[in-house]
Design a protein around this ligand. Structure first.
Ligand code: SF4
Length: 184
């Protein structure tokens, strides 16, 4: 702070900007001409060219999913538990399947096959995107009426509305659930 003139603080900023523009440029710092060389840690440690360290930009990944709010004749809902490790570990979600370019409604057939369901009715619910730090989920959600006709995977189960209140569900799933309840 002693370096900054209290009456003319802008001169300090101006000086710093000029130093950065003319002397201490990112790729070729002119240390021999530099007025602050004596106080410069990078110069004293002998590595001014290596600074600043550039962090690699991580590319955002976009994933597209169909999400199904599946309701049975007892007004229970089908949910599955996410894996123990990784993103949103151990949280509960509505069945979600990655979209493919092949055919519309392919995922409904997959849903029926994986969870052993007979699908009775389908309505579109909402589409939105949910942004994680380096990942974007594009979600198209549907409400499906269905009947269980076989054994569903071990990580899935049917829950009543009351039981669902106790389950940890990721934010995008909560959004879908709120929208579903608004439509009732
Ligand atoms: S001495 Fe330090 S501040 Fe000056 S040009 Fe070199 S690296 Fe930049």
């Amino acid at each position: 702070m002693e370096l900054i003139d209290t009456e003319h603080p802008s001169q300090f900023n101006q000086g710093l900007m000029e130093l950065g523009a003319l002397v201490c440029t990112p790729t070729s710092p002119k240390c021999l001409l530099c007025p602050v060389r004596e106080y410069c840690t990078a110069f004293n440690e002998g590595n001014p060219e290596e600074l600043p360290v550039k962090t690699k930009k991580v590319k955002t990944k976009n994933l597209h999913y169909d999400v199904f709010v599946v309701q049975n004749e007892k007004d229970q809902f089908l949910l599955e538990k996410r894996p123990e490790k990784g993103l949103l570990a151990n949280m509960w979600q509505f069945p979600m399947l990655e979209q493919t370019d092949i055919e519309e409604h392919t995922n409904e057939a997959k849903l029926a096959d994986i969870y052993k369901l007979e699908l009775i009715n389908r309505d579109q619910l909402m589409s939105f995107k949910h942004v994680f730090s380096h990942l974007v989920w594009h979600m198209d959600s549907y409400v499906i009426s269905a009947q269980q006709i076989g054994d569903a995977p071990d990580n899935s189960n049917w829950f009543s509305i009351e039981e669902m209140k106790e389950l940890p569900m990721p934010v995008p799933m909560q959004k879908i659930w709120q929208k579903f309840n608004l439509n009732l």
